[in-house]
Design a protein around this ligand. Structure first.
Ligand SMILES: NC(=O)c1ccc[n+]([C@@H]2O[C@H](COP(=O)([O-])OP(=O)(O)OC[C@H]3O[C@@H](n4cnc5c(N)ncnc54)[C@H](O)[C@@H]3O)[C@@H](O)[C@H]2O)c1
Length: 299
């Protein structure tokens, strides 16, 4: 039977976790959020309030912001966070071993009826949920940032995920105005993120090999696709550390040297140039060049 989702637990209160918390709370779901770092959980309180304010001012996301914020509980104990959850979403860094360990822990702690999903950007759920007993109730739910704009979500089951589990997730997402894109056969990167992977790989190679200026690649992309940012600005917005971890997962999977992210991006990360969150990545985010009116010219 399709399970109706009412209570949600989010594990990991960083960049994506905070956005998912805000989205669910705005749509009336009761949300418990846990992070292994107390500081991160504290930081998330302000971030979630800001996102709730921003979302509630947009069409399709109505809501009393005070009432919405009261839907969110912050937990320093993981067992407390998941104790009565219908749906648990893991949103921790892109590291297979970390996610595998966490899934086994969640399987032990969560009610037997709970569905457990991963927001991984690349790794199929069957590889993450190896140590889990409830293989019928695990899935990938991959949200795209910013969630308020990119309302599509890749969803995919593993080797034993039931249709009921997938239908429950599908219904929950649709109840929040999201459009689920179903993976028909498990693969790295799911429906759309593997396309984005190819874009990132080619852009990074062009830049690192000195073939082109990253700004020109962004300019061409922006004109061609009518967007307000190109791939390098988008990678900055995601976080270059996150981009690197994701690209490394593709490389570990394929072992194809072409998939290995260039050393130059690792050097940027080591210098603390992580993109928007650290103030500097490809762009200086105090006044990002790509957002200036004359970035693209002539005409
Ligand atoms: N950044 C993006 O644009 C983006 C988009 C889609 C998907 N994703 C995926 O979402 C996941 C999280 O990415 P993010 O950008 O939110 O990362 P982030 O670094 O901003 O947040 C991760 C959080 O997880 C916490 N954490 C680490 N280990 C934990 C554990 N064992 N238990 C609980 N919390 C733990 C960290 O303290 C941190 O607060 C990754 O798998 C990433 O690939 C990211």
């Amino acid at each position: 039977m399709t399970k109706t989702i009412r209570k949600v637990a989010i594990i990991g209160s960083g960049f994506m976790g905070a956005q998912i918390v805000a989205l669910a709370a705005l749509h009336g779901y009761s949300v418990r959020v846990y992070d292994i770092e107390k500081e991160a959980l504290e930081k998330a309180k302000d971030a979630i309030k800001l996102i709730i304010d921003e979302y509630s001012s947009k069409k399709g996301c109505p809501g009393d912001t005070k009432q919405t914020s009261s839907k969110v509980s912050y937990c320093v104990d993981i067992a407390n966070a998941v104790k009565d959850a219908d749906l648990i979403i893991e949103v921790v860094p892109e590291n297979l071993e970390l996610k595998q360990k966490l899934f086994s822990q969640l399987d032990e702690l969560a009610p037997a009826s709970a569905i457990i999903t991963s927001n991984s950007s690349s790794i199929p759920i069957s590889r993450i949920a190896t140590g889990v007993k409830r293989k019928d109730k695990v899935a990938n739910t991959h949200f795209y940032t910013p969630i308020i704009k990119n309302y599509f979500v890749d969803i995919g089951g593993g080797i034993a995920t039931t249709d009921e589990t997938m239908d429950s997730i599908d219904a929950w997402l649709r109840s929040m105005g999201c459009l689920p894109l179903r993976v028909k056969k498990e693969c790295m990167g799911f429906v759309f993120n593997r396309i984005w992977h190819s874009v990132k790989r080619e852009c990074l190679a062009s830049w690192a090999n000195g073939n082109a200026d990253f700004r020109d690649i962004d300019r061409a992309w922006m004109i061609s696709y009518g967007t307000s940012a190109g791939p390098f600005a988008m990678m900055d917005a995601i976080g270059l550390d996150i981009v690197y971890d994701v690209e490394m997962e593709y490389y570990r999977d394929s072992k194809d040297p072409k998939d290995k992210p260039p050393d130059a991006i690792k050097a940027m990360i080591d210098r603390g140039e992580l993109g928007r969150k650290s103030g500097r990545g490809f762009y200086d985010w105090s006044a990002p060049e790509f957002a200036k009116p004359n970035f693209i010219k002539p005409r």
